[in-house]
Ligand binder design. Structure first.
Ligand code: 1PR
Length: 525
């Protein structure tokens, strides 16, 4: 049995699911005594360093955890569960960590694209039982803005390159902790759990030892989900956001089954967009929560969910905050939530008042769950102008001229699934959302959606230039070459597609093989 230390800050469901999928049982810590009595403890940290330490103290877990670590019983820390072992963190100056390992936690420099999100490799520095069965060239899923810096090199288990070399896991006796998330790292991650469960395995050094590691470009499968006219929840797909064909909602499959298929085919992430979420209230839309719960049972890559994340008052006058909605999604297995329409309204308010309210969904969710958990989904459409003076919005000079020969355009944000255009452009929106605490941009494009004509390279370049957070290019993928084009021409961090995968026109494997041949770093599947 594995004891799991959950201090109530986020999604530990995936860790439980990963361990249970290997046939092991999980006991969740409910009292300090549970930590003292544990024989194998897993500590998946979520959120921010300061609030984690105060929660551990509040619940009386801090001292028992330290005694557990000192007893040298098997321990596996994940992400913040690694950082907690150190003396202090730049994330929360003045807050003392467990101090089990000497050294501190540092932030990646601001000029980097932070958070470091995605699949990166490990450079192995010593033998360990958790490496059993690994080749050594596997990639693992990282999502963090801070990394550990131990004083004593002998505890370093692996290092990873991201701008510079940082420590990506440590080992001190039977205490092992990783910055990456084994529960989100597909088969490689499950092997790490299996080795931890099976701690009788000897220390092992994999065959391949990488000298450098590279962050992979991610390939994301997107499932637009809604109820069809019969009331069944289906994966659908639009052409420029119109999901009806001969009056009926297109039905391309069942959400849980398709998500599983894409996981097996090598998707690096799965995104669910509840496309009618803007008009229904997601917490009443239990099927969507069920979809997440079921999917996270056997899909071990990051899951994002969007649609309808906003403050809401129901017809009986009961108020639900966007944070309540997001929390329910995280509890059901989501790793990130995506905000569409509400982000546009928040930014409009911000532009009017010129100050942060501190209460917007972006700020609140990012404060509690971290920036990396907040994705902004932008649904822009091109608006052509003859000259830049025709609009107050930032324009680009475009290579794809407008219907009347216009050489300039700006990208108008929309809400409610493209139904309503607003007086704000995608570049400004992305910038302000980053300032408010968003961790990633999902950049759709209504003009390209479902057209198979390739990504809107000009849009992606412009947005990527405006922000330092990762940008996911979306809409228009029609063949393998389009993925290569987007990574070659822009600095997009990930590319997302829907139609070609649903219709089996191109497989995720084919996309990845093509990119690999062309020298683009990908996670092998
Ligand atoms: O506004 O916070 O409630 O979120 C609603 C979410 O639902 C938004 O993220 C919005 O993008 C999405 N959405 C709303 N209506 C539609 C629709 O299609 N009618 N789907 C919709 C948008 C866009 C992409 C799509 C790519 C790739 N889907 O995510 O998957 O364009 O497609 P392709 O590869 O086939 O070209 P809120």
């Amino acid at each position: 049995m594995i004891t799991l230390l959950d201090y109530g800050a986020g999604n530990v469901r995936s860790v439980i699911n990963a361990i249970e999928s290997l046939g092991e049982t999980v006991k969740i810590v409910t009292s300090p005594q549970d930590i003292i009595e544990a024989n194998k403890l897993v500590f998946p940290g979520v959120g921010a360093f300061g609030s984690m330490i105060s929660k551990l103290k509040e619940k009386g877990f801090f001292e028992p955890l330290l005694s557990y670590l000192n007893s040298n019983k098997p321990f596996l820390g994940i992400c913040l569960g690694l950082q907690a072992l150190f003396e202090e963190s730049e994330e929360a100056p003045g807050v003392k960590g467990l101090g089990f390992i000497k050294g501190k936690v540092k932030r990646f420099p601001h000029e980097f694209c932070v958070p470091h999100i995605g699949w990166n490799g490990i450079k192995i520095k010593q033998k360990s039982s958790i490496f059993y069965g690994l080749n050594g060239d596997e990639k693992f899923y990282f999502v963090h803005s801070y990394h550990v810096d131990p004083k004593d090199d002998s505890v370093v288990l692996t290092k990873t390159d991201y701008g510079y070399e940082f420590v990506s896991s440590i080992q001190k006796g039977n205490v092992i902790a990783t910055q990456f998330h084994p529960e989100k790292s597909g088969q490689a991650g499950l092997k790490v759990f299996k080795n931890f469960i099976n701690s009788s395995k000897e220390n092992f050094i994999p065959e391949i030892q990488l000298r450098t590691t590279k962050l992979a470009k991610r390939i994301i499968a997107c499932l637009d989900v809604r109820s069809n006219d019969q009331g069944d929840l289906v994966v659908t797909k639009g052409d420029q956001y119109d999901v009806r064909e001969e009056g009926r909602v297109r039905n391309l499959g069942k959400p849980v089954e398709l998500a599983r298929r894409y996981y097996e085919e090598g998707a690096d992430e799965i995104t669910f967009l509840n496309i009618t979420g803007f008009r229904d209230f997601p917490l009443k839309d239990m099927p969507m929560l069920e979809v997440l719960k079921e999917t996270s049972k056997n899909v071990f890559v990051p899951l994002t969910i969007g649609g309808g994340i906003r403050d809401y008052t129901d017809k009986d006058g009961k108020f639900y905050s966007a944070l309540d909605v997001a929390s329910e999604y995280f509890r059901s297995g989501a790793d990130k939530i995506s905000i569409g329409s509400d982000a546009v309204l928040i930014v409009e308010d911000y532009l009017k008042t010129k100050k942060k309210s501190g209460k917007s969904s972006i700020e609140e969710i990012s404060r509690v769950y971290g920036a990396q958990a907040v994705v902004i989904s932008i649904d822009p459409r091109r608006v052509y102008v003859k000259s830049p003076d025709e609009t107050n919005h930032p324009v680009i000079e475009t290579g794809i001229v407008g219907p009347k020969g216009e050489k300039y355009c700006w990208y108008q944000c929309t809400i409610k699934g493209g139904r309503e255009g607003r007086d704000i452009d995608a570049i400004t929106l992305a910038k302000i959302c980053e300032e408010l605490g968003a961790g990633e941009i999902l950049l759709n494009c209504i003009d390209r959606d479902g057209t198979n004509s390739g990504f809107d390279i000009e849009l992606i370049k412009a947005v990527k230039k405006a922000v330092t957070i990762p940008v996911i290019a979306s809409s228009g993928a029609g063949c393998e070459e389009h993925f290569y084009e987007v990574f070659k021409e822009t600095n997009a961090d990930a590319a997302l597609a829907a139609g070609i995968f649903h219709r089996k026109e191109v497989s995720i494997k084919a996309v990845k093989n093509y990119l690999k041949e062309k020298g683009i770093e990908i996670r092998a599947t």
